[in-house]
Design a protein around this ligand. Sequence first.
Ligand code: AN7
Length: 347
Amino acid sequence: MKSSGILEKYRSLLNLPAHTKTISLGEGETPLIPIPHIAEELGGGFDLYVKYEGLNPTGSFKDGGMVAAVSEALGAGAKTVICASTGNTAASAAAYATRAGMKAIVLIPDGKVARGKLVASVVYGAKVIQIKGSFDDALKLVVEITKKHPIALVNSINPYRLEGQKTAAFEIVDQLGKAPDLLCIPVGNAGNINAYAMGFAQYDGLKKTGVPEFLGVQASGAAPLVIGKIVEKPDTIATAIRIGNPARGKQALEVVRKHGGKIIAVDDKEILAAQRRLALDGIWVEPASAAGLAGLMKEIKEKKLNVKGKKIVIVCTGNGLKDPDIIEMAKPVLIEPTLEMLEKAVL
Ligand code: AN7
């Protein structure tokens, strides 16, 4: 079957202007993968799934939002899009802009952008500008420049990003038959948790499918929504969520107030352990994407969460292939190409 992408599939449910010119790279339709072994290790008695958004065209959930934002910008006559990014938004903006025949300009923070994301932006033809500052500084700048010049802003402040990203909630409900009881999700700039809340609430309004509670998870070195104030120098190995002043932070707190749940922080060690555990189940995600599982593990370990009988979905937002450098590995063994040496190595 040909891939038509999420805009065609869900068009009647998306609040996009009539001028939107739909493009697609076949985003969406990502798998909901059961991970029963991990559920057992955590005590069992509940159903656990990964919504693997890292299988989108550019390797992250950003594609669902970006296809909507770029399609709208194209229809509105924009020639150029711009974003600030810790990497994944940049790669996605670059791919969709070039697909639409537009230019992309991406601003990335000084250092600490995973190599696969930077390379992706370059290979898709974006103009990559690194600033001597953080993601939060970059976001301020792109907001300013788009107020002054006719360049379309495609960060998740752009409402069409959330319109696209909310389709992942529709997909989960379609895959499970109803909304899960709990959604565990990494939180950086806090666009995605809001998009899921919108999607679940909209489907619930139409089909009474329910809305989950939310476990939003930040990295402890970049956890403004947990400590209740802006983090000037956010720091974590989960570079995707190295964000100290989330644009939709207040709204994210409102999501957990309204639907239940909370936003917590996990440290880098916990993130890496969750990443490793998922990989040993065959699902390699980037560190930020493992935050959801890290948060769930922590809550269960500290007995702060009753999971019995529940359906729990962990959103894994990005593909591990984007950030191979974070994996510590020994050099593979090197042998002479003989059967004798192979037998010695494997038996
Ligand atoms: C893999 O690319 O902010 O809470 O500029 O790449 O919606 O920000 C990335 C964020 C989670 C957090 N997981 O989502 C960017 C950027 C991955 C990410 C998040 C990001 P939001």
